[in-house]
Design a protein around this ligand. Structure first.
Ligand code: AMP
Length: 215
């Protein structure tokens, strides 16, 4: 059981990069943000527990996160290779992940730190719109839909995630900065940290990661 981690601020493009990497590699994309949103939508107890933190842009407690991640790992065969996105976000999560993987004979091979300037992050997030039906992602300026407010793929209504409004975005970036400094250090000491310039074209950033995985 191997794992890589995409470590990047909200808006760094973790989700989009992960989608691209899924087709070029055999890593399984696991996003704790997506898992939590699905749990909220389904009205599961874990979703109810997480909802108020998510709306404020605060981190959901480690115990809740580890429960959903561990449940997921227990379901998969030992040959699986994970690409974690948005996880771990704290040192405790990182150390618990090491333990869970080790107990399945696995380890983290690469932690890709996606580097993007802060003003670009704010603009990417506050302009993001998501389809309520199919989850397709747009941006009011960079990737506008053909008809404003309507999904090109399924004609569903587009909405702004409650945590993408500008005030919450600034809080999420602040929370991210505080929490990641120690994580970066943790993985640098383990010798698995790889810095990627993710402020440029997504395809270039993706090609860079694929090349690192192959070497
Ligand atoms: P994301 O889609 O990764 O930006 O996550 C959306 C929200 O879900 C975050 O702002 C947090 O409230 C919560 N969340 C997702 N992953 C984690 C995690 N690993 N630890 C704590 N909270 C998380």
């Amino acid at each position: 059981m191997q794992a890589i981690i995409l470590l990047g601020a909200p808006g760094a493009g973790k989700g989009t990069l992960a989608e691209g990497l899924k087709t070029s590699t055999d890593y399984l994309h696991v996003s704790t943000g997506d898992m939590l949103r699905a749990a909220v939508k389904a009205g599961r107890p874990v979703g109810l527990e997480a909802k108020s933190y998510m709306e404020k842009g605060e981190l959901v407690p480690d115990a809740v996160i580890m429960k959903i991640v561990t449940e997921r790992i227990e379901q998969d065969p030992p040959s699986v290779k994970y690409m974690f996105d948005g996880f771990p976000r704290t040192l405790d999560q990182a150390s618990m992940l090491d333990d869970v993987l080790a107990s399945h004979g696995g380890r983290i091979t690469h932690v890709f730190m996606l580097d993007v300037p802060r003003d670009m992050l704010v603009s990417r997030l506050s302009g993001r719109r998501v389809c309520k039906n199919c989850g397709a992602v747009y941006h009011v300026q960079n990737i506008p839909p053909r008809v404003a407010g309507v999904c090109d793929v399924c004609q569903g209504p587009l909405y702004q995630r409650p945590d993408d409004c500008e005030a919450t975005v600034l809080n999420r970036l602040e929370v991210f900065k505080k929490q990641t400094e120690s994580l970066i250090e943790y993985y640098r000491e383990k010798g698995v940290l790889v810095k990627i310039d993710a402020g440029r074209d997504r395809e270039l950033a993706k090609a860079d990661i694929v090349a690192r995985l192959g070497s």
